[in-house]
Design a protein around this ligand. Structure first.
Ligand code: B12
Length: 241
C-alpha cells in the first residue's frame, strides 16, 4: 500500500487523547505481577495473567497496564541499584514467555490481506514493546512479520522485497539508536517510496519526535492504544475507500 501525502494528513486526524485507558484494578494486579516477576516466578505470573484475561480484561490492557508498567518499574529498580542485571534479565525472560503464552489469544475475528513488518532497529535489543505492537497488528487482522531484536537493515530490505509489506513498524529504546532509525528510514524510503512507517519506543521520550516529522510517511505512536486506534482507522479507511 502506497500512501500519498493527503492520505497521511487524514490519518493524523485521529485523536490520541482518547486512547488513554486506565483500568482501576490494574494497580493491584501489577504489584502482584511485579513481585512474582522479580522472583522469577513464571507460574504465578502466568496464573495472574490468565485470571486477568478471564475477568474480561483485554490483552491491550494487560500489555499496557500490567506488563509494560512492571517492566518500567524493573528499569527504575535497576537504574537505582535496587536489583541487579541478572534479575532484570530474569524479568525479561519471564515476560517473553508470558507473551508467547498469551499469543494463542491473539486471534483476529477476520484476517485481512494486509502485511506488516515489525522489528527493532539495528543494535536495538529491547524487543518486548515491538512484540506487543506486532500482536496488535495481528489482533486487527493483519499478518505481522515480527523480527525482534537488532535485525540488519540490509536483511530486512531483502525480506521486504519478497513480501511487499503495507506497513513497516520500527522500535527504538536507546536514544543512541535514533540516528540508526533515521538511516533505516532513508534506506527503506529509497527502496519502497511512500510505504507508511510507524515508529515508537522509549528513545522518543527524550528526543527525536520533531525530527521524525521531516519524513512524510513516518509517524510516531507512543503506545498500544494509539497504535490500535491507528490500525483500526486504516482498516476502516480501506473498507470505505
Ligand atoms: C528489559 C530491559 C533490557 C533488556 C531487554 C530484553 C528484551 N528481551 O527486550 C536488555 C538486558 C537486553 C537491556 C539492555 C540494555 N538496556 Co535496557 N532496559 C530494559 C527495561 C528494564 C525494560 C524494557 C521493556 O521491555 N519495557 C516494556 C515495553 C513494553 O515498553 P516499551 O519498549 O517502551 O514499548 C512500549 C512503547 O514504547 C511502544 N513501542 C515500543 N516500540 C514501538 C514501536 C512502534 C512502531 C510503536 C508504534 C510503538 C512502540 O509500545 C510499547 C507498549 O506501550 C527498560 C526499562 C524501561 N523503562 O522500559 C530498560 C532500558 C530501556 N534500558 C536501558 C539501557 C541503558 C540499556 C543498556 C544500554 C544497558 C547496558 N549498559 O548494557 C542495554 C542496551 C542494549 C541495546 N543495545 O539495546 C535504558 C534506556 C535509556 C535510553 N533511553 O537510552 C532503560 C530505559 C533503563 C533505564 N531506566 O535507564 N535492557
Amino acid at each position: 500500500m502506497l500512501l500519498t501525502a493527503p492520505f497521511r494528513k487524514n490519518i493524523f486526524k485521529f485523536d490520541t487523547d482518547k486512547a488513554n485507558l486506565e483500568n482501576p484494578d490494574g494497580k493491584a494486579v501489577m504489584s502482584e505481577f511485579l513481585e512474582s516477576l522479580l522472583s522469577g516466578n513464571h507460574s504465578v505470573c502466568s496464573r495472574i495473567v490468565n485470571n486477568y484475561l478471564d475477568n474480561k480484561m483485554s490483552i491491550e490492557e494487560l500489555y499496557e497496564n500490567i506488563i509494560k508498567k512492571s517492566m518500567y518499574e524493573v528499569g527504575e529498580m535497576w537504574e537505582n541499584n535496587r536489583i541487579g542485571v541478572a534479575t532484570e534479565h530474569l524479568a525479561s525472560s519471564v515476560v517473553e514467555r508470558i507473551l508467547n503464552e498469551v499469543y494463542e489469544k491473539v486471534i483476529p475475528a477476520k484476517v485481512l490481506n494486509k502485511k506488516a513488518i515489525a522489528s527493532c532497529v539495528e543494535n536495538e535489543y529491547h524487543q518486548i514493546g515491538i512484540k506487543m505492537i506486532s500482536d496488535i497488528f495481528e489482533m486487527n487482522g493483519w499478518t505481522s512479520h515480527f523480527f525482534g531484536a537488532s535485525t540488519s537493515t540490509a536483511e530486512l530490505i531483502m525480506y521486504a522485497r519478497d513480501i511487499r509489506p503495507d506497513i513497516l513498524a520500527f522500535s527504538v529504546s536507546i536514544s543512541l539508536n535514533i540516528p540508526v532509525l533515521f538511516k533505516m528510514i532513508e534506506i527503506f524510503n529509497s527502496e519502497f517510496p511512500g510505504v507508511l512507517i510507524l515508529v515508537g519506543g522509549q528513545a522518543f521520550q527524550r528526543a527525536g519526535r520533531d525530527a521524525i516529522s521531516k519524513y512524510e510517511n513516518a509517524i510516531y505512536l507512543p503506545d498500544i492504544h494509539t497504535t490500535d486506534l491507528f490500525i483500526k482507522s486504516l482498516n476502516t479507511k480501506e473498507k470505505t475507500a
